[in-house]
Design a protein around this ligand. Structure first.
Ligand code: 1CP
Length: 381
């Protein structure tokens, strides 16, 4: 963590993506009228836009495990590009997974189809935490190569040959540690929530380890060419406010510190987004942890999010994925309502309130993108 300078040929610093609609909204560049200031195109991308909803993804993934495909630069890059080509979204999200840093450190982990991340041995005691391996920077080589390939392709994939920004990401310490303690997906995350009270020292050591590997994973992606980074604290909504404040906040801040203020020669720094589900009660803390932009899930109206955070905080979200199968007229009304609810924030990037469900008809996603892009200069509702 020595330099805060992006390499000179980084797309954000070289100007390729610095003025992209996505980056403008993330930087809160809306005019006082609430309309996008520097570009008429309303930006949209979807969490889990790469993945099982796309037949071309299912074809490419055949015969390769999830984590092996993430570590194959050619495959990871191609999968990242698929939804950009198909839907015309305003950002690519790097195809990887929050447990990739565990695999790169040598922790035994697989993604079981239909289940999610499963560890060979859960991490539950002080001795388990002390035995966690060091993650060597050299292990990021396949990530760096995949990002570089992807960014080269993205440099002309936007409208009129413009560049589409790549978003890098990592799992936040709580969400990553939740998988490590439970050893697999869980509903209520009792294991990590019990550990932070029963044995705070072990919890802090584990969360600090998770913050370090996740922070460095995000940093590797930004240094290699990603123009923004998103920290996913998908399960932070299972925490009470005091627990977040006392046992999680500092660790998330540590993760963000690896990518804070990374800027190009033009002084533009990579925007940082923080997302979780059910996090309405802790949005302000999630911002203070180091985020420029708050990702809001579908449970909280964006106007209420702005009331809680103040109008200066750009927002991302929050189309309810349930509407994707509700029929077009109902979905269209919902999308327009989301745009209206977000209009009081300094910036707004459209997204879902959580990931694309695997059974989603991709044609519906393309139509949502077309609708959002068609609403440039007219009132949304
Ligand atoms: O079989 C398959 O195709 C694997 C399904 C899959 C995919 C496509 C998994 C397993 N991970 C991913 C990719 C992935 N994961 C991306 C990249 C691409 C994109 O968004 O388009 C990202 C950003 C993630 C991040 C991720 N992994 C999160 C945070 C986001 C979220 O959805 O909340 C979490 C919690 C994970 C863990 C994980 N990995 C995979 C699954 C099914 C899960 C969730 C398991 C659970 O319910 O606990």
């Amino acid at each position: 963590m020595t330099t805060t300078h992006l390499p000179p040929d980084h797309p954000l610093g070289s100007g390729l993506t610095a003025d992209a609609p996505l980056i403008n909204q993330y930087r809160g560049s809306r005019s006082s009228t609430g309309e996008p200031a520097r570009s008429g195109r309303r930006p949209v991308w979807f969490m889990r836009q790469a993945g099982r909803s796309l037949p071309e993804y299912r074809r490419l993934r055949e015969g390769t495990t999830m984590l092996d495909s993430c570590l194959n630069p050619e495959l990871a890059s191609e999968i990242t590009l698929q939804p950009v080509r198909r839907h015309g979204v305003d950002a690519a999200i790097f195809f990887s997974d929050i447990v990739i840093p565990l695999r790169l450190a040598g922790v035994g982990v697989e993604i079981k189809p239909g289940v999610g991340p499963v560890l060979d041995s859960p991490v539950r005691t002080a001795a388990d935490v002390a035995a966690l391996p060091e993650l060597d920077d050299a292990a990021f080589a396949p990530i760096t190569e995949a990002v570089q390939r992807t960014v080269a392709e993205l440099s002309t994939l936007g409208p009129e040959g413009s560049a589409v920004p790549l978003i890098g990401f990592a799992g936040a310490p709580f969400t990553l540690a939740a998988y490590m303690v439970e050893g697999r997906p869980s509903r209520d995350h009792l294991g990590p929530r019990a550990m932070m009270h029963a044995d705070p020292e072990t919890w802090n050591a584990l969360a600090a380890w998770a913050a370090d590997v996740s922070g460095r994973f995000m940093r590797a992606q930004v240094m290699a060419g990603a123009s923004a980074a998103q920290l996913f604290d998908s399960w932070a909504g299972s925490l009470g406010r005091a627990d977040y404040q006392n046992h999680v906040f500092e660790h998330s801040r540590a993760a963000f510190s690896h990518v804070a203020g990374l800027s190009g020669v033009n002084g533009v720094s990579a925007p940082l987004i923080h997302f979780g589900t059910g996090t309405g009660e802790i949005l302000d803390l999630m911002k203070d942890a180091g985020a420029d932009v708050l990702g809001v899930d579908y449970r909280l109206n964006l106007a209420e999010a702005t009331r809680r955070l103040g109008p200066g905080t750009p927002l991302q979200g929050n189309i309810d994925p349930a509407f994707l199968t509700a029929g077009w007229p109902v979905l269209e009304t919902h999308v327009r309502e989301v745009i209206a609810a977000g209009s009081g924030a300094a910036g707004h990037v459209l997204n879902l309130g959580h990931g694309v469900p695997p059974e989603t008809d991709p044609a519906v996603l393309t139509r949502v993108v077309e609708l959002i892009h068609s609403l440039d200069d007219e009132a949304a509702v």
